[in-house]
Design a protein around this ligand. Structure first.
Ligand code: UDP
Ligand code: MG
Length: 338
């Protein structure tokens, strides 16, 4: 499988920090987003860039990004050729980011940029990924809160990897983890799941998810359902196993039906042909489900193979710890592991 070359990251990592923001019809949010991000980044006193990705907006988002980029050398705008959706817009921004550390957040300021210094401090302590954990969600409908809560719990239970509950795409990652993320060639990208899958030292920082500042959610129910489907199928082959479980159940039922049929044949003198038809139906529907289940198992394996993910990721080696291959741009890896 060939790796998409546009996703291999930038070679020269001269910047200390990048902030990546996917924007879809966010013209109203941009001024405040820009000023708050600038204030936070300036306060850190490190060279930084703001990568704003316009995901095929139909409003003035790109004009505003372009005008502000002309005035602010820290701002780097990327305009996608059409709307590709939140997860791909985010991936495009991550691919364009040049920083040693990269923070990603939504344009609507639901994730407060002011959490960045705290996230940076956790990373200084040796963590590779610092994610924002929503302890409360303000200004969202009961429906959104309930479905989101249910979604995170179901996906956590079914996924092959521990995906932290109530954690979105608001996180700070270091270059090592980001490059590993960009090297994952799968095309359906459930970003938060992929970062969970990557492992390394991860920690959460609690925050209260704010109401949307301007405009309305760009995630209608239809998109939320597709997003949940991508999450489930991207990180679990449980749905493909459904046929196998149904087959077991139907074989048990077929056995029970068989006993009943034989009993009625002897005791009740039933109509001729009834017993054989019922037995055949029960038995063969079980067999059909079983073969479907077997196909599902192989398909599941084929699917996992087709994603072409790395088999494992090495966090560090003893040679590295001794300084032989150490990355001088990274803080010492002495933080407690999770
Ligand atoms: N977004 C995007 N492309 C889309 C939909 C959304 O880039 O097709 C961006 C949007 O501008 C925002 C982020 O993704 O920065 C999250 O979207 P939104 O706030 O609408 O989602 P919600 O918070 O309601 O789940
Ligand atoms: Mg939002």
């Amino acid at each position: 499988m060939t790796k998409p070359t546009e996703m291999t990251g930038q070679a020269a990592n001269t910047l200390s920090l990048s902030v990546v923001v996917p924007c879809f019809n966010e013209e109203e949010s941009l001024p405040e987003l820009h000023s708050r991000l600038t204030a936070v980044c300036e306060s850190l006193g490190r060279p930084y860039e703001l990568v704003l990705v316009d995901d095929g907006s139909r409003d003035r988002t790109w004009e505003i990004i372009a005008a502000r980029a002309a005035a602010d050398p820290h701002l780097h705008g990327v305009r996608l050729a059409r709307n590709h959706g939140h997860q791909l817009a985010l991936t495009a921004g991550l691919a364009a980011a040049r920083g040693e550390r990269v923070m990603m957040l939504d344009a609507d300021l639901q994730d407060p940029p002011e959490l960045l210094p705290q996230m940076m401090a956790e990373m200084d302590r040796g963590y590779d990924v610092v994610y924002g954990k929503r302890v409360r969600r303000e200004g969202e409908t009961a429906f959104k809160k309930t479905t989101a809560s249910l979604f995170y719990r179901i996906i956590n239970r079914l996924a092959d990897v521990d995906i932290p509950v109530d954690v979105g795409d608001f996180r700070l990652v270091n270059r090592r983890v980001l490059d590993a993320f960009l090297a994952m060639p799968e095309r359906t990208r459930f970003v938060r799941g992929m970062f969970a899958w990557l492992g390394h030292r991860q920690i959460g920082v609690d925050y209260i998810r704010q109401p949307r500042n301007f405009g309305e959610s760009k995630y209608p129910l239809k998109h939320m359902i597709r997003f949940a489907g991508d999450a489930l199928t991207g990180f679990s082959v449980a749905p493909l196993r459904l046929a196998t479980w149904l087959a077991y159940a139907s074989l048990v039922i077929a056995a029970a039906v068989g006993i009943y049929v034989l009993w009625s044949l002897i005791a009740l003198q039933t109509v001729q042909g009834w017993a054989s038809i019922l037995l055949a139906v029960a038995f063969f529907s079980g067999i059909q489900l079983l073969t479907l289940g077997i196909i599902g198992e192989y398909l599941g394996r084929l699917y996992i193979e087709s994603k072409g993910r790395p088999l494992f990721l090495v966090a560090e080696t003893t040679a590295e710890a001794a300084g032989a291959h150490g990355d001088p741009t990274e803080p010492p890896a002495n933080g407690p592991s999770q």
